[in-house]
Design a protein around this ligand. Sequence first.
Ligand code: MRU
Length: 331
Amino acid sequence: MDTADVLTWRDGHIEALDQTVLPHDIRVLRIITVDELVDAITRLAIRGAPVLGVAGALGVVLAMDQAGRDGWDGARLETEIERIAGARPTAVNLRREVRTVAARARDGRDAATTAAHAVLDATVAASLDISRRGADYLTRACGPGPLRVHTHCNTGALACLGWGTALGVIHALHDDGVLAEVIVDETRPLLQGARLTCWELDQLGIAHRLACDGAAPFLIASGRSDAVVVGADRIAANGDVANKVGTYSLALAAREAGIPFVVAAPESTLDEDTPSGADIRIEERPDEEVTVPAAPAGTRALNLAFDITPAALISAVVTEDRVIPLGAARS
Ligand code: MRU
């Protein structure tokens, strides 16, 4: 899947694949206003920490253009840029990359555009280095394989551009000929695993099977996986990781089973300003995502979009630059 298919800047607007209708429908969004961008981000048409960073970066240029069209003053432009940065709270990349480009916006539109494209290019490049480094780490930790790898949510090109992060590691293992199979969690309630990861693995020709989230810890405990690889939305200074809800239970199961639990993420997801997982704001999403269609009308939900995995349960964080061994390090 080409990066430009997922998210790009074209003829003065953002063009993005609507991930809410995948895999059964292909719909391309043509985003021209801040309202449209914030809507696409909040309803997860555009999603995944690194891609949110790129959308935020391009969003600053989009806001500058709208300011010109609609006659916004500087204060209004700042307010609209802040709306993009605050569209979703947990993934650090969104606000970080908005800030990166907003800082250059003072030097004019061209400077902001150059900065936004630099964010996009760096995001693609990072995914390739993470994929390679993660595959090498797992081959060292698990032996020559063939490996059975368990993953959660979607961490491929749709979430990260390029090869993705955790899914990029899986892609590299496959290309090395040391991957037997991938077990993919459906990832309720929005099913990023079932809809998006299975679709990407199909396109890559990588063998996989889908599992209910509830089955995952037992599948790991019963020895059906050699390693767990996931992404991250924010990594605190102490190594605690925020990722899609359901990740924590996989880490507990991996520790019990004595298999590596690896987090693949770009350096831009490391947040030195957040001391620990307890300081990470977890997004709570609408009840209906959980209750509809199964629950009786009026049922309330507790719909946390992410959870926190403590550093003690993580073998390593693999970035484009390094392997950071953490509490559960084996090698
Ligand atoms: O709510 P989403 O779909 O944006 O959540 C995405 C995840 O949790 C991913 O695992 C994370 O963003 C990493 S993507 C490399």
